[in-house]
Design a protein around this ligand. Structure first.
Ligand SMILES: Cc1cc2nc3c(=O)[nH]c(=O)nc-3n(C[C@H](O)[C@H](O)[C@H](O)COP(=O)(O)O)c2cc1C
Length: 186
């Protein structure tokens, strides 16, 4: 598989098979992430590989946030529990955090580096026959979600990456051609 194949085949995967992701596979993915460029070699990324209890607790925190938007108490409870169960059932969930930095410039660079690491991870997964779904949102700052992860106080969660064998690979989403986005200067 060439890099061009990998780039074209990567998708955000929302449904996974029940095939577990091995610790060795996860370590290979995390090693790929740590090869990303990072200014000043800060290596800002920290990884939390969640076990089933932590996944459920994170899902509960996310489900609770979604449930709060519903008026019907029964529907809200059902939604919260469904989101929690869905998270518990995930084959693998990796939370990526970065060490907070008081310098706005360095914090931005560290965030960028972490996202490059996540892309490395996502591309390595494709080569291994795995799929990923990167997820973000307000839940990352939610105290219950942070507690579920066990993230250190001096760290900021920047993304959650679900990993597993794809049960379904969606078609590519439309992309604007690079020509329409590019200015060539003298
Ligand atoms: C930084 C970042 C955050 C994302 N957050 C979410 C998210 O919270 N929920 C979600 O369903 N997808 C999320 N995605 C996935 C995008 O929706 C997805 O990449 C986009 O729709 C293009 O689809 P593709 O990845 O299959 O090419 C995120 C992607 C990135 C890069």
């Amino acid at each position: 598989m060439t890099l061009a194949d990998v780039l074209r085949q990567r998708r955000s995967i929302k449904r996974f098979t029940n095939r577990p992701v091995s610790r060795e596979e996860i370590e290979t993915l995390l090693t790929a992430a740590t090869l990303a460029p990072n200014h000043r070699l800060t290596q800002p990324w920290r990884f939390y590989v969640l076990g089933p209890q932590a996944r459920q607790a994170y899902g509960l925190a996310l489900g609770e946030r979604k449930a709060r938007k519903l008026d019907d108490a029964g529907a809200a409870d059902a939604l919260r529990d469904r989101v929690a169960d869905e998270h518990r059932a995930l084959p693998c969930m990796i939370v990526v955090a970065i060490v907070r930095n008081e310098s706005a410039e360095m914090a931005e660079e560290d965030y960028a580096a972490a996202m490059m690491g996540i892309e490395n991870l996502a591309l390595a997964a494709v080569e291994m026959g795995l799929g990923t779904h990167i997820k973000t949102g307000g839940v990352m700052e939610d105290p219950d979600a942070r507690e579920a992860v066990g993230v250190a106080d001096d760290q900021r969660i920047v993304a959650v990456v679900n990993v597993g064998e794809p049960a379904e690979v969606p078609p590519p989403k439309p992309r604007r051609r690079s020509e329409s986005l590019t200015t060539w200067t003298k």
